[in-house]
Write a new protein. Structure first.
Length: 208
């Protein structure tokens, strides 16, 4: 078996030597704001992944709602993200209190390109701001206010290789664990099928 430890890359120079330098177009693609094309992508996106960190560790969370649930300020330098109902662990939000750095990647179903935003975020409980995001008469508990530092589109290769959207169109793959399976693994004696049935009935009532 190969000695993996001796193969570990430990320097930036050593890492860069393993890759071809990006072409000029790719190197220059980051912007410091959301332009009109980025705004259109975000308006079409019903789903993003949000990354944060703190001394306690890192967190990566899915966020989703109807397309356009993330609003972009007119100047393209601020994003507003409502925090909808979840499991109430608020790991990402707690991280932002300590370290405001944030990274986002937006997805649009059926589209292989993605859109990335890096910046710094604050958590607002402003009443007027929360009212902008009312759905079914319910406001989000808070709204993340993201100051944009860097934006760029990401190429399609990862989603093309994974055939992500085609795979999803065929329904749930056989053998993939359900939420009931995860709960039963942590709590012996739990009926995973019964948990799934109850969970699926409950979800529509707990989205907002």
């Amino acid at each position: 078996m190969t000695d993996i430890e001796s193969s570990i890359v430990t320097s930036i120079d050593g890492l860069q030597a393993l890759y071809v330098q990006p072409n000029e177009r790719v190197a220059k693609k980051p912007l410091d704001h959301v332009n009109e094309v980025g705004r259109a992508f975000i308006a079409a996106s019903p789903f993003l992944v949000l990354a944060t960190g703190s001394r306690q560790g890192l967190d990566c969370s899915p966020k989703g709602d109807q397309p356009g649930f993330v609003q972009v300020a007119e100047d393209g330098r601020t994003l507003f993200i409502p925090d909808r109902r979840g499991n109430n662990r608020i790991d990402g939000l707690k991280n932002l209190i300590e370290d405001p750095r944030i990274a986002l990647i937006f997805f649009v179903p059926g589209v292989n390109e993605t859109y990335r935003v890096n910046g710094r975020a604050q958590i607002s409980q402003d009443a007027d701001l929360k009212r902008r995001f009312v759905v079914n008469g319910k406001e989000p508990a808070t709204v993340m206010v993201v100051t944009v530092k860097e934006t760029f589109q990401h190429c399609a290769k990862a989603l093309v290789r994974s055939d992500l959207w085609k795979t999803g169109s065929r329904g749930r793959p056989q053998g993939v664990p359900t939420i009931g399976d995860f709960v039963a693994a942590r709590n012996p004696g739990t009926d995973s099928a019964a948990f799934n049935e109850t969970y699926n009935e409950r979800i529509p009532r707990e989205l907002y």
